[in-house]
Ligand binder design. Structure first.
Ligand code: NI
Length: 148
């Protein structure tokens, strides 16, 4: 099996808070990330596709094609957006890197025709990243807005 990776970047802002928590608890849990008007990150997303090279092209997947798919399905929807308010598929979700990468996986997994989506790595900063292999089911992304 071979593994090919495309890296893309986007910039976005977010605020980490749980609306069912008190202000004190949000401060305690999320600290600076709970800043009322949000804060920004230059995110880096790496998408890895696995498969065997097509004998007619030598490619597992044409990386130009992979880049087009990632831009269309993900980057165009989140770049220069506020992830709490501007992005439909993140509504009702605390936009941590963990939760974001799971939603990205769902957007992309059925869009890859050559090879198979194997891994996503989302960097929130140079030193911090989350990896997801799509292997978990029923991750509880959505906050229950009923509860208080
Ligand atoms: Ni942040």
């Amino acid at each position: 099996m071979l593994y090919v990776t495309k890296r893309v970047e986007f910039s976005a802002s977010h605020r980490l808070f749980n609306p069912t928590f008190s202000d004190e608890r949000n401060d305690e849990v999320f600290d600076k990330c709970n800043n009322f008007f949000g804060h920004g990150h230059n995110y880096v997303l790496e998408v890895t596709v696995c498969g065997l090279p097509n004998p007619e092209t030598g490619y597992v997947i044409d990386l130009k094609k992979l880049k087009r798919i990632i831009n269309y399905e993900i980057v165009d929807k989140v770049d220069h957006k506020h992830l709490n308010y501007d992005v439909a598929f993140l509504k009702g979700i605390i936009p941590t890197a963990e939760n974001i990468v799971v939603t990205f996986w769902k957007l992309l997994e059925n869009k890859i025709d050559d090879g198979k989506l194997f891994k996503m790595r989302l960097y929130e900063s140079e030193d911090s990243y989350v990896e997801y292999f799509g292997d978990s089911v029923n991750i509880p992304l959505y906050l229950n807005s009923e509860s208080k």
